[in-house]
Design a protein around this ligand. Structure first.
Ligand SMILES: C[S@@+](CC[C@H](N)C(=O)[O-])C[C@H]1O[C@@H](n2cnc3c(N)ncnc32)[C@H](O)[C@@H]1O
Length: 296
């Protein structure tokens, strides 16, 4: 049976198109709070963040308030996700922490721990997470690897953030299946896949990581991230949600793995790249693609 892929250009803080409990898996990567490339998005999305941002360099209280509001913005999406997931459904969130110097003070913004706290408050159960070792994260200075801080002298240097997180949460109890459920057995992974995918550290040495300039600008994750998560936590014929679709990676990989998908993206500039990706993927797997806009 052809799978169904729906992309909705709209704000995913509200997902009225999706019924309660109808999604088995969410795979996503949101804009990262306090990472410079997403400042403008947060300021435009919430005028209160925009106002605070104008005075961000004045005091620590404003920095804290801004950071809180950015996570409140994301929390609305996690709450909607909890509503639409089925009992036992899994939410997989790729997020990086941020380091930043504001008011001459260098500090860490631990986005992963904030999202974990928020998701637990919403009612999710936190599960063991993955650390994705990203070779590209190390800052470069004149073509060489560089560390932040004071060179070779203790104690004022900083550890470089080399890893991002793939946070995993479950809604409710474990999912139940009939004995020998054929779809479940058809979706099995190999021993090697199990050993690598369910290890805590993911290092894609050898896996293809090339992405286009536009994908780079939207901080696309490599196909391999979506591929592993979709194969680990869903079954053929089920539906995967991405509330922050970006360049369309999650929907493409769902299509190629015989899953349905429903995705949201706020930026209409992404329409062409998403359409091209899904149309190309469709040549290998017959599937129905619907792209709509919600005006609100
Ligand atoms: C980190 S990017 C996602 C990258 C994606 N994983 C990929 O592989 O291309 C986050 C995306 O979320 C979108 N976005 C931010 N807030 C949104 C919202 N409230 N509703 C829908 N999309 C949103 C941004 O426009 C951006 O494209």
């Amino acid at each position: 049976m052809p799978t169904q892929h729906t992309v909705i250009f709209a704000n995913s803080q509200y997902m009225p198109e999706i019924k309660d409990g109808s999604i088995q898996l969410m795979v996503t990567s949101p804009p990262y709070p306090m990472i410079a490339m997403w400042d403008e998005l947060f300021c435009k999305a919430d005028p209160k963040i925009g106002q605070l941002w104008e005075n961000i360099e004045t005091n620590e209280v404003i920095v804290r308030q801004t950071y809180d509001l950015m996570h409140k913005y994301l929390a609305k999406v996690w709450t909607e996700t909890h509503r639409v997931l089925c009992d036992g459904g899994i939410a997989a969130i790729n997020i990086g922490d941020a380091t930043r110097t504001i008011n001459k003070k260098f500090q860490l913004f631990p986005n992963h721990s904030r999202i974990t706290e928020v998701c637990e408050q919403i009612g999710f159960t936190a599960l063991p997470y993955v650390l994705w070792k990203k070779p590209t994260n190390r800052p470069k200075y004149k073509g060489k690897g560089a560390f932040l801080g004071s060179g070779f002298l203790p104690p004022n240097a900083y550890v470089t953030l080399d890893c991002e997180f793939i946070l995993l949460f479950r809604k409710g109890k474990l999912r139940k299946f009939k004995p020998h459920d054929p779809d479940r057995y058809e979706s099995c992974f190999t021993k090697t896949q199990r050993d690598v995918w369910f290890s805590q550290i993911w290092d894609f040495k050898g896996a293809r990581q090339t992405i286009s300039e536009l994908e780079r600008r939207t901080a696309a994750y490599p196909d391999e991230v979506a591929q592993r998560l979709i194969r680990m936590f869903s079954i053929k014929g089920e539906t995967v949600l991405d509330p922050f679709l970006g360049s369309g990676t999650t929907a493409k990989i769902a299509l190629l793995n015989d899953r349905n998908s429903i995705s949201y993206e706020a930026d209409l500039n992404m329409q062409q790249i998403i359409t091209d990706k899904l149309e190309k993927a469709k040549t290998n797997k017959p599937s129905n693609i619907t792209i709509t806009k919600r005006l609100q």
